[in-house]
Design a binder for this molecule. Structure first.
Ligand code: PLP
Length: 399
């Protein structure tokens, strides 16, 4: 079936909650994808950083094919032989005491919220039902009812009320605002180290460190949502490392499984994730042997192929080359590692038309918030591939 026929079927039967570019992908490898007509594109979104390791990484595919026919799911009513190894390896790699596995990123964030509240009541001694969590303006933490309750994105929130109480929003990048917002009921500050969905917004230098210190002095958990910023994307394993910050709790997902399978997790100290009683939280698929086998291999690939280092080096190269493009439409370029936001001028007429033009030049990139184009290719991209991409981007931006 050709693209047009497939798009017609999708538009007829699929709920309209996304507005995808009209490219129908049927195959992928590394940084490249092919549509059903056989046209090749460079993937500069990498499934929102879920495929940092590159599409269909052979080692991760192998891990999946090896585990699937042997044991895929036990549920955690019983133990399985892969989950323990997963817990040990992820905790040791990222430097935390305990891990709680879930599936989607939003579930990991929900779990972090539940953990922080329970910690607030059981450890900090907050009065029942008074726990408060501080979040940032422009945040994106997922799509569940509670998570969209503290979003300030009208499209993500509209007509989904009533909303979950217990959240307060402060401007992203303003540590003083956080300090002022903390009360005796505050249990956690939840923040993306770099805001991805907001358009790769990098906070002022020292912001995370300052926030972490404020949290520490006020006995508030500093919770970093590293679902998109983590696992190599910004040039370090976790984005908080850029400021030498060790969060009290993190959420990870996306690249945790290299795009093969949904796996997410919350990691923290004993005193924090240790608050759960048996039966007080869970997930049927969370910690399943298939997901754990895939995640173990996905993390080994990240480390052994030195993908964070690649992101640091090549990201700097990519950003430099983008900044050198002379175009009447570009306002500025920002980013960290291979996570780049190209911000257009108001007069450019929106990012969507440029993304469509980029598609015609063989580059798939995502428009974000009207005026921003995001470039976040798989971290296995080469210097030569970046050179090629910049040529295409320059041609489109100068048109
Ligand atoms: C993608 C993302 C989520 C949600 O992950 P899903 O797997 O889509 O539920 C949460 N937080 C951040 C920072 C994200 O980028």
């Amino acid at each position: 079936m050709d693209s047009r026929a497939l798009i017609e079927i999708e538009e007829k039967y699929g709920a309209p909650n996304y507005h995808p570019l009209d490219v129908v992908i049927e195959r992928a490898e590394g940084v490249w994808v092919w549509d059903v007509e056989g046209k090749k594109y460079m993937d500069c979104l990498a499934a929102y950083s879920a495929v940092n390791q590159g599409h269909c990484h052979p080692r991760i595919v192998r891990a999946m094919l090896d585990q699937a026919p042997v044991l895929a799911l036990t549920s955690r009513a019983f133990r399985n032989n892969i989950y323990p190894l997963f817990t040990k390896e992820v905790c040791e790699l990222l430097g935390f005491d305990l891990i709680l596995p879930m599936n989607s990123g939003a579930e990991a964030v929900e779990t972090a919220i539940k953990t922080a509240r329970k910690w607030g009541y059981k450890v900090k001694g907050v009065a029942e039902n008074q726990a408060e969590i501080i979040v940032c303006s422009g945040n994106f933490h997922g799509r569940t009812t509670t998570v969209i309750s503290f979003s300030d994105d009208d499209i993500a929130r509209r007509n989904y009320g009533p909303y979950t109480p217990g959240f307060k929003r402060v401007p992203f990048g303003d540590a003083k605002a956080l300090e002022d917002a903390i009360t005796e009921h505050t249990v956690a500050f939840l923040v993306e180290p770099i805001q991805g969905e907001a358009g790769v917004v990098v906070p002022p230098e020292g912001y995370l460190k300052c926030c972490a210190e404020i949290c520490k002095s006020k006995n508030v958990l500093f919770v970093a949502d590293e679902i998109q910023s983590g696992l190599g994307r910004t040039g370090t394993l976790l984005a908080c490392e850029h400021e030498g910050v060790k969060p009290d709790m993190i959420t990870i997902g996306k690249a945790l499984s290299g795009g093969m399978y949904p796996v997410s997790a919350v990691l923290s100290r004993q005193e924090v994730l240790g608050v759960f009683e048996h039966g007080s939280h869970g997930s049927t698929y969370g910690g399943n042997p298939l997901g754990c086998a895939v995640a173990r291999e996905a993390l080994k690939v990240l480390v052994e192929e030195k993908l964070p280092q690649r992101a640091a080096e090549l990201g700097e190269y990519f950003i430099k080359k983008l900044r050198a493009i002379a175009s009447p439409h570009i306002d500025f370029v920002r980013g960290k590692g291979l996570w780049i936001g190209l911000v257009l001028k108001e007069s450019a007429g929106g990012a969507r038309r440029f993304c469509n033009a980029l598609k015609d030049h063989g580059i798939l990139a995502k428009d974000t918030h009207e005026h921003i184009i995001r470039f976040a290719p798989p971290l296995v991209i080469t210097r030569e591939e970046i050179d090629w991409a910049v040529e295409q981007i320059a041609a489109v931006m100068q048109d």
